[in-house]
Design a protein around this ligand. Structure first.
Ligand code: MRU
Length: 370
């Protein structure tokens, strides 16, 4: 997507003439105050970037981890280094399954690849994973835009869509998932407006507002608690979110606060959809509450807010006593029964009928778990 007049992806490979490799990223901890790009030259830098949320969003952390493992193979392409890189990158963040999916795909390939060839093959495979993500998001956007267009035709006025967190281009390699649908609908001339949840404590909604603003999409930033009120007022026609992990039965694990929006949507007969690439579906699990590790992040994220200081630079301000006890779960689970459907790269399905779109994944998983 464009920033100013220049096209950016959220991650890109860098290859120097002398053979050195690195990946470029947009440092998301600085957005939307500053647009800063960073070059990561080692796999440990990639791991730190994932853990610190310089790169974030389920699809993007998977692609970043794949490049991380490729950088690890350049340092040392032994089996031991492969195992260490896999384990350490996997531990960077626990909830989004895309991280594990990408690392397992890399590991499978590299185990079949003789030493000496691993670094190059890993680099190429990470690039393929990145390109597939872009194609997948474009397809999700097409299916989602058709859904949005149909809803707008039936309301015959501006369609109001509420979104939570950031499921935009910056959370993927390009286009986004939920926002890909919104971009494609908007580009096709559909009359729409987006309510953007702020998404405390990391305020990913500010990234969403920044993205939508750059694309010219009408939007309004709201505090996280406003969505239910707006639904009762009839000011929300559709809730559209991304996801970090979806069970085979269609339960959706996404940014903390998603569940409350789904409950309010059900109470107000507002359709609630998640836009999800197949890389976010975890066919190995059936019980989200029992089997998904919900990331618990640090207390300082809750006790402070980040913004622009009086000097115009990024600043963090304490808003609670440093000794205030804090609990900071980063994700929650929305049960399939609260979803109107799930939008994937293969089309839209009822949440509990995802397997109809991905029968080969389900079969492969059943074989693997026998
Ligand atoms: O903690 P984050 O910012 O990595 O969480 C991201 C989300 O929860 C997104 O909504 C989700 O990954 C979908 S991204 C296409």
């Amino acid at each position: 997507m464009n920033v100013g007049n220049r096209h950016y992806r959220s991650i890109w490979p860098l290859a120097a003439a002398d053979g050195r490799r690195a990946v470029g990223i947009v440092d998301q901890t600085r957005l939307p105050i500053e647009f800063v790009t960073v070059e990561l030259e080692t796999w440990t830098q990639v791991r730190t970037a994932i853990a610190s949320m310089q790169v974030r969003g389920a699809p993007l952390i998977g692609v970043a981890a794949a490049y991380g493992l490729a950088l690890a193979m350049r340092e040392d392409d032994s089996d031991a280094a492969l195992a260490r890189g896999f384990a350490d990158l996997l531990a960077a963040r626990p909830t989004a399954v895309n991280l594990r999916w990408a690392l397992e795909r890399m590991q499978t390939l590299l185990r079949q690849t003789p030493r000496g060839q691993r670094a190059e093959r890993a680099w190429a495979e990470a690039g393929r994973i990145a390109e597939e993500d872009v194609a997948c998001n474009r397809a999700i956007g097409g299916h989602g835009a058709a859904l949005i267009a149909g809803m707008q035709r039936s309301v015959r006025r501006t369609l109001n869509i509420l979104t939570h967190c950031n499921a935009g281009w910056i959370a993927t390699v390009d286009f986004g998932t939920a926002l890909s649908a919104i971009y494609q609908a908007f580009d096709a001339g559909i009359d729409l407006h987006v309510w953007v949840d702020e998404t405390r404590p990391r305020n990913q909604g500010l990234l969403t507002a920044w993205e939508l603003g750059a694309h010219g999409v009408p939007h309004t930033l709201i505090v996280d608690n406003a969505g239910g009120h707006l639904m009762r007022q009839g000011a929300v026609d559709l809730v559209l979110v991304g996801a970090d992990r979806v069970t085979r039965h269609g339960d959706v694990c996404n940014k903390i606060g998603t569940y409350l929006k789904a409950v309010a949507a059900r109470d107000n007969n507002v359709p609630f959809y998640a836009a999800v690439p197949s890389t976010t579906i975890d066919w190995t699990i059936a019980d989200a509450d029992a089997e998904i590790e919900i990331e618990l992040r640090g207390a300082d994220e809750v006790r402070s807010v980040a913004g622009r200081g009086a000097d115009g630079h990024a600043a963090t301000v304490a808003i609670a006593d440093a000794r205030t006890p804090v609990l900071n779960p980063a994700f929650d689970v929305t049960p399939a029964r609260l979803l109107s459907g799930i939008i994937t790269e293969r089309g839209v399905a009822a949440a509990n009928a995802l397997a109809n779109l991905f029968s080969e994944s389900k079969r492969a998983c059943a074989r693997a778990t026998i």
